[in-house]
Design a protein around this ligand. Structure first.
Ligand SMILES: Cc1ncc(COP(=O)(O)O)c(C=O)c1O
Length: 371
């Protein structure tokens, strides 16, 4: 059996090698590496994919979040409601602009921000809701949209893990004023390095973001109205993504098939009493960036799988409100009990479009043997 890897980027490359090489050679020959035709072409294909008017390519998913907050003018004294179960980049962007992340506990059945608990966290200082479509599964954009409208808040979607996922038939990243995407290599649409994208329907935000990603440059060269960042996606990464974007729906359907196979194998293995398989109940248009299971014996199972060379992982062992770098926010253990319980019990089995049925049988066989 082929070695099990967390993501098989080599297999992916094999499938698209000639397209990538042709496109990269064209960029290298042109000598144009910054904000040129590859970036423009990617921006229009990406906007078409998500169903928004505009897409602005940036240097990373972290910058996509930061620039989104900057473009909305969110800063000191403002609060942004978000989830405590995400990568640190989500609250870090809020802290970077000087605002305060307000964490709302998760729904342990979906792992997403609990829509029923959001309204209770809205204050006079709340400016935005920042849901994360975690593990490739959409947050409840119906409730979030209604609450935002009722309270006059903006919505920034963190779509770093959800490129291609839909909520009620509509792509994530098309609900909020802004959608922030990551092209980190392991994402459902990944570059061969860092990259990100911001989607929006608002022409004003589109213009502002284009300026902010390029040091606040406007129409007149070397005249700067605003302090921005150097956060441009380069032409080589854009060329790669222009090839890969055409395969996204194929790769996402392979991910769904792998998840379905896991559901089936785990069901058949008879370990149902020892683990929970949340994906079994999934009703959304999920892209399975991750495949989580829950168990009380998480740490021992993780050690056992790794001992047998299965690269299982935990996303994330520490909820965000208990991260040392966010201590100044004043949260304590016990404040958000659902996420705290999940962080102790969650484990992610390897998932990628090239994981074979025999590899999955081996992994589930080990899980069964462990219990
Ligand atoms: C939920 C979430 N938000 C933001 C980011 C940041 O993206 P990047 O690594 O491209 O900066 C990530 C990436 O790992 C992520 O998973």
């Amino acid at each position: 059996m082929k070695k099990i890897v967390p993501v098989d980027l080599a297999a992916e490359y094999k499938e698209i090698k000639s397209g990538i090489q042709t496109r990269l050679a064209r960029v290298l020959k042109s000598g144009r590496f910054i904000l040129d035709r590859e970036v423009m072409s990617l921006e229009s294909s990406f906007a078409r994919l998500i169903g928004t008017q505009f897409a602005v390519a940036v240097a990373s998913g972290s910058d996509a979040l930061l620039l989104s907050l900057m473009a909305l003018g969110i800063g000191k004294g403002d609060e942004v409601i978000t989830t405590p179960l995400s990568f640190i980049a989500t609250p870090a962007a809020i802290v970077r602009v000087g605002a305060r992340p307000v964490f709302v506990d998760i729904d342990p059945r979906t792992f997403q921000i609990d829509p029923a608990k959001i309204e209770g966290a809205i204050t006079q200082k709340t400016k935005a809701i920042l849901p994360v479509h975690l593990y490739g599964s959409p947050a409840d954009m119906t409730v979030i949209g209604k609450l935002a409208q009722k309270h006059g808040l903006t919505v920034i979607e963190d779509c770093a893990q959800s490129t291609g996922a839909k909520w009620k038939g509509r792509m994530t990243g098309s609900f909020g004023q802004l959608g922030a995407f990551s092209f980190y290599p392991t994402k459902t649409l990944g570059a061969f390095g860092d990259g990100g994208m911001i989607t929006t329907d608002q022409a004003k935000l589109n213009t502002l973001l284009r300026s902010l990603r390029n040091q606040g440059t406007g129409n007149t060269p070397y005249h700067h109205e605003k302090i921005g960042l150097n956060s441009r996606l380069d032409e080589l990464q854009a060329a790669i993504l222009n090839v890969k974007i055409k395969r996204l729906s194929h790769w996402n359907s392979k991910r769904r098939a792998v998840a379905k196979q896991y559901n089936h194998l785990l069901e058949q293995s008879g370990v149902n009493g020892s683990i929970e398989v949340p994906a079994r109940y999934c009703k959304t248009d999920h892209v399975f960036h991750q495949y989580p299971i829950l168990t009380d014996r998480r740490d021992a199972l993780l050690r056992y799988l790794r001992k047998h060379h299965v690269p299982a992982n935990v996303y994330y062992p520490t909820p965000l409100h208990l991260q040392p770098c966010l201590k100044h926010l004043g949260y304590h253990e016990g404040d958000l009990p659902e996420v705290e319980k999940v962080c102790e019990r969650i484990l992610h089995l390897p998932i990628h479009p090239y994981l074979s049925v025999s590899q999955q049988q081996f992994i589930v066989g080990l899980v069964k043997k462990f219990f």
